[in-house]
Design a protein around this ligand. Structure first.
Ligand code: NAD
Ligand code: TDX
Length: 357
């Protein structure tokens, strides 16, 4: 990021992490700049996530442009029109299950879209070094771990789903533009996020919504796959640290250092929702239903994030207990947001693919 008064192009800003990031930015006392949110508004993009930001900063420090990151002309025009000096690329197809049943959009947005953004930045910025292209990626590019190891920044890429393969390809392109064209870039690979505005086809919000409707809680396979969970605000603070202090050409791993098997996590969530809804502690657990496994289901992810801690002084600020409490509280307090999501293209397409065993 060139300065605290930078003009940022945030792609995918209407999605889960992008909208949290925009909220985070406008809360930072040392950020006085402007945000241009470019989003295609797919099923996962929801402008409601930013209605408060639109009200407070719309037309002055916040602008929304509905566009596809694959549209070279439009993206180049936006970079030029607003004199963008920093790109933060969140836009992606992000749901692993969708990538299994329909990979095409993943190839298009995640690979062609990232390529198009890189080309637009290279064209408009030329040889400038006072600019930054930050690419937001995932720990899934590293593949699946055994019981004890961790992903480091130099772990070889071994993606195993169409989603993670498309993210891996995009990471390689970003890196290639650094080495070949000297485009100033940084990349972050983060573990599973959770928190407000999480689209309810991902594990945590799906379980909360199903509990509220007393519907089955589908747990894939034996429920012993492990994920490393990070509260979304901590991901945002890590990205902000990279924008301010990250070294060009570097990758930073970001994680929660907070591993849970899926079944442990679902049990915890059942207890948390029961507590908030004044139900007996075990009340929702009867809804847990083991279903067919996800094809190619990665067994374990776990991030070593020593590099960002040591080099940039970042650390997680929100404990898992606090993060889960804030998340459940948010979903209970926002029934309208949930209703609007459910009236759109929701999960029905998926249910037939994971039958109850
Ligand atoms: P999301 O699915 O909630 O949001 C994606 C956003 O991108 C939506 O607003 C959507 O409308 C937009 N979008 C999709 N295709 C587009 C296109 N062609 N042009 C413009 N906009 C488009 O995703 P998320 O969970 O917020 O993830 C954001 C980024 O973070 C992704 O790149 C993802 O790979 C990465 N990531 C996510 C997690 C996680 O746990 N959710 C963890 C690590 C990394
Ligand atoms: O209904 C479910 N039942 C279930 O057991 C769902 C939706 C998921 N699961 C399991 C699969 C995973 O082991 O829970 C775990 C988490 O699943 P998701 O929420 O779909 O996340 P995951 O596949 O781990 O990917 C997420 O983290 C990394 C994001 O969706 C990616 O965008 C990110 O890159």
């Amino acid at each position: 990021m060139a300065s605290s008064a930078s003009t940022l192009l945030v792609t995918g800003g209407a999605g889960f992490i992008g909208s949290n990031f925009i909220h985070y930015l406008f809360k930072q006392a040392d950020f006085t700049g402007t945000v241009i949110n470019v989003d295609k508004l797919t099923y996962a993009g929801n402008p409601e996530n930013l209605s408060d930001i639109e009200k407070e900063h719309g037309g002055t420090r916040y602008f929304f442009e509905k566009a596809d990151i694959c549209d070279h002309e439009k993206i180049s025009a936006v970079v030029e029109k607003y004199s963008i000096d920093t790109v933060v690329n969140f836009a992606a197809e992000s749901h692993v299950d969708r990538s299994i049943f329909g990979p095409k959009e993943f190839i298009q947005t995640n690979i062609v879209g990232t390529f198009t953004l890189l080309e637009a930045a290279k064209k408009v910025w030329g040889a400038r070094q006072d600019v930054l292209f930050h690419h937001v990626s995932t720990d899934e590019v590293y593949g699946s771990l055994g019981e004890t190891d961790f992903f480091h920044e130099n772990t070889p890429y071994a993606p195993r789903s169409p989603y993670s393969a498309s993210k891996a390809a995009s990471d390689h392109l970003v890196s290639a533009y650094f080495y070949t064209y000297h485009l100033p870039v940084t990349i972050s690979n983060c573990s599973n996020n959770y928190g407000p505005f999480h689209f309810p086809e991902k594990l945590i919000p799906l379980m909360i919504l199903n509990m509220l409707e007393e519907k089955p809680l589908p747990v894939y396979g034996d429920g012993k796959n492990v994920r490393d969970w990070l509260f979304v605000e901590d991901h945002c603070s890590a990205i902000y640290a990279i924008l301010k202090k990250g070294r060009h050409g570097e990758t930073y791993n970001i994680g929660g250092e907070n591993e849970w098997t899926n079944i442990e996590l679902v049990n915890l969530l059942c207890e948390k929702v029961a507590e908030k809804n004044n139900k007996p502690r075990e009340y929702y657990k009867k809804l847990i239903t083991f279903v067919n496994d996800r094809p190619g289901h990665d067994r374990r992810y776990a991030i070593n994030c020593d590099k960002i801690k040591n080099e940039l002084g970042w650390k997680q600020a929100v404990t898992f207990a606090e993060g889960l409490d804030r998340t459940v509280t948010w979903y209970l307090a926002n029934p309208e947001w949930i209703e609007h999501i459910k009236s759109g293209e929701y999960r029905t397409w998926l249910e037939k693919n994971y039958e109850t065993r």
